[in-house]
Design a protein around this ligand. Structure first.
Ligand code: ATP
Length: 376
């Protein structure tokens, strides 16, 4: 059983700022990164989120120095590491990396793996030993110090990799989908440890994943990539409440998406819309750009903006429960509304049984009118 470390002391190192300007990378005809510009403040935990093939790994590898961009500039701590006249090799970028497949030295014990980045440092042997012991305790594997990597579970190996990255005592740590080979329980535990230990280390983090819930749980800021472009970079809250386009809305989770007819503007950034599955019902929704009444748009609904009421409630749109699943804190429902439209992951603390008639209420601030073709 792995122990969860309790972090109180500061591991503090000065965090590195990162900037990328007009970064492009092509592999032959294939454009993997297209004109990516971003700035990461020192100490930020940035998560890059995107589907398979969106360019996350390429971006991380360019930042690490494992891949050479086709054009553009990358600066770490104000120093150009990639540019028209610069290419600093990975080992001189003062960063550490945690990989999906752990990448531990198989012939070294846990202790020696973690000590590896320290061997060339000016510390005394006693200092180095104390530092390694401290890090192993922090990641909850002090008792495994003399084992070899092949004698550890995946979660334990990733803890060793995390301790090794922290031992490097650098201002920038890169994470390449470090949880993807672990089962659900271990993912959750290790995610918390990565978040707390990296922040305690005072390091800047760039972490890539295709998992929206992991991204939102970890990040100070989330950068969303699609087809090699950075389409939005903001706090998780801002991305949830104000997605840049239909792609971002879909990729960060919608309960439902329906074509709607815009009736008229009813306030700043607000439109009244007619629901195709309930023509007599009109609801208000947010728009982040101006549309003309009659434009063929879609309504994107976040699960957090939908509530369930009893069928005799005067408010809401008629619906019927298709499925209900207990999630520990309450119930997630799948609800059909009108003819053929479905809403999923609708939470209620009380259980509505399958087949039951209900009313469905839409909160305007979590219902977005968007062009469904934007970001395809
Ligand atoms: P995944 O989540 O599947 O790892 P990703 O978002 O990390 O995907 P990348 O691995 O960065 O995406 O790949 C971006 C695009 O560049 C993809 O279309 C990929 O096929 C292509 N690509 C990446 N590396 C190479 C390469 N060495 N040669 C040719 N094409 C490549």
């Amino acid at each position: 059983m792995e122990r969860v470390a309790v972090v109180t002391a500061d591991l503090s190192h000065h965090a590195a700022g990162v900037s990328m300007s007009r970064l492009c990378k092509s592999f032959g005809e294939k454009v993997a990164l297209a004109d990516v510009t971003l700035a990461i403040e020192p100490g930020t935990f940035l998560v890059l989120l995107g589907p398979s093939g969106s360019g996350k790994t390429t971006l991380l590898r360019c930042l690490a120095g494992i891949e050479r961009p086709t054009s553009g500039v990358i600066a770490i701590d104000g120093r150009d590491v990639v540019g028209p006249r610069a290419f600093v090799p990975p080992e001189k970028r003062h960063l550490a990396m945690v990989f999906q497949d752990y990448a531990l030295w198989p012939h070294l014990t846990v202790r020696r793996n973690v000590a590896f980045p320290l061997t060339s440092s000016a510390r005394t042997k006693g200092d180095r030993t104390a530092r390694v012991d401290d890090l192993l305790e922090r990641v909850g594997i002090g008792h495994l110090a003399d084992r070899f990597p092949n004698q550890l579970s995946g979660g334990e190996q990733q803890r060793v990799a995390l301790a090794r990255a922290l031992a490097a005592d650098v201002g920038l740590i890169l994470f390449d989908e470090p949880l993807s080979n672990l089962d659900a329980d271990r993912r959750e535990q290790l995610r918390i440890e990565i978040a707390t230990l990296t922040r305690a280390a005072g390091a800047t983090a760039v972490y890539i994943t295709h998992d929206q819930s992991e991204a939102f749980a970890l990040a100070d800021r989330v950068g969303v990539l699609n087809h090699g472009r950075l389409v939005q970079i903001d706090t998780p809250e801002a991305i949830y409440r104000r997605p840049a386009d239909a792609f971002v809305a879909r990729f960060t989770g919608v309960a439902g998406e329906f074509p709607v007819a815009l009736l008229h503007e009813c306030g700043p950034d607000r439109y009244e819309v007619a629901l195709p599955f309930a023509p007599d019902e009109r609801i208000e929704a947010v728009a982040f750009e101006r549309f003309q009444p009659g434009d063929a748009m879609s309504l994107f609904v976040r699960a957090a903006g939908v509530s369930l009421l009893c069928a005799n409630d005067p408010k809401g749109v008629h619906g019927r429960i298709l499925d209900v699943a207990f999630n520990g804190r309450g119930y997630d429902h799948v609800v059909s509304v009108g003819q053929g439209a479905t809403l999923s992951k609708i939470f209620s603390p009380t259980r509505f049984e399958r087949g039951r008639a209900v009313k469905v209420c839409f909160d305007a601030s979590s219902s977005f009118v968007m062009d469904p073709t934007r970001g395809m």
